[in-house]
Design a protein around this ligand. Structure first.
Ligand SMILES: [Fe+2]
Length: 255
């Protein structure tokens, strides 16, 4: 079963809106063109946060881009989102905000790590309870998705704005043996790791990327990207990040 992870599109109300030198609307569209051509039989799309860049009119743009898809579009908020406006704007199929979704032999649990007033994230007691309950209620292979990184990325500035209560998160994950993967956005870079039997994935943004292992905020020269997951019934995962090279980057010198 094929799943697409699309993350951190940072849309504005205007198609001309740029972030870190990249026009976020055309950049997202180029990524989706590639994804739908390469992976036409995908079962669902995971959107792991920062749908908009602090601009709630960006949700109308998001809806116009994804609203006609015939597959589930599973969304979670990031720190640049406004969760209430996001729920209001994306309140019908194909959109789902957080919650859980079963497809094939897999169970996707979409967590809300938005923490008002903070760039970093936190899972509320309710979200932690929901995670524990969702995992206990289904023996299917589980992929847990959130915006903020629950492990250190080896980048000082980014590691100050990850998931604040990661220990509580891992305590729950560790108590359920059928969690196969945790996937997130926020860090605008590729990451493919492992914690025990759980595979860990961060996916680059559909716009500009951050330079890995940098102590300070720095922009990478890598192009927009997305991730393809091929999820097997026995829990195995085949995955690749696809970089979309064809886009004119128009990187500006300043951020
Ligand atoms: Fe982002």
């Amino acid at each position: 079963m094929q799943i697409l992870q699309i993350t951190d599109p940072h849309l504005y109300g205007s198609a001309d809106g740029r972030l870190r030198g990249v026009q976020t609307d055309s950049s997202l569209r180029a990524v989706l063109d590639d994804a739908f051509m390469q992976v036409p039989d995908y079962a669902a799309i995971l959107i792991t946060g920062d749908l908009v860049q602090d601009d709630t009119s960006g949700y109308l743009r998001f809806r116009s881009i994804f609203g006609n898809l015939q597959k589930p579009v599973l969304c979670i908020p990031g720190n640049h989102d406004e969760p209430e406006a996001m729920r209001r704007s994306l309140n019908a199929a194909p959109f789902q905000i957080c919650g859980a979704h079963h497809v094939g032999d897999w169970h996707f649990i979409m967590l809300d790590s938005y923490d008002a007033g903070h760039v970093g994230g936190r899972l509320s007691d309710n979200e932690l309870e929901r995670l524990d309950y969702a995992l206990a209620s289904s023996p299917a292979n589980a992929m847990v998705c959130l915006h903020h990184h629950p492990v250190a990325m080896g980048s000082r500035w980014l590691d100050g704005i990850g998931l604040a209560n990661a220990d509580e998160f891992w305590r729950i994950i560790d108590s359920h043996t059928h969690v196969r993967a945790v996937a997130w956005g926020h860090v605008h870079q590729n990451y493919d790791g492992r914690r025990g039997n759980v595979q860990l994935f961060a996916t680059p943004s559909t716009g500009a990327q951050f330079l890995p292992h940098s102590d300070r905020y720095a922009i990478d020269s890598l192009p927009p990207a997305y991730r393809r997951f091929d999820l097997r019934a026995d829990g195995r995962i085949d995955t690749e990040v696809r970089w979309v090279q064809s886009l004119p980057m128009q990187q500006s010198a300043s951020c």
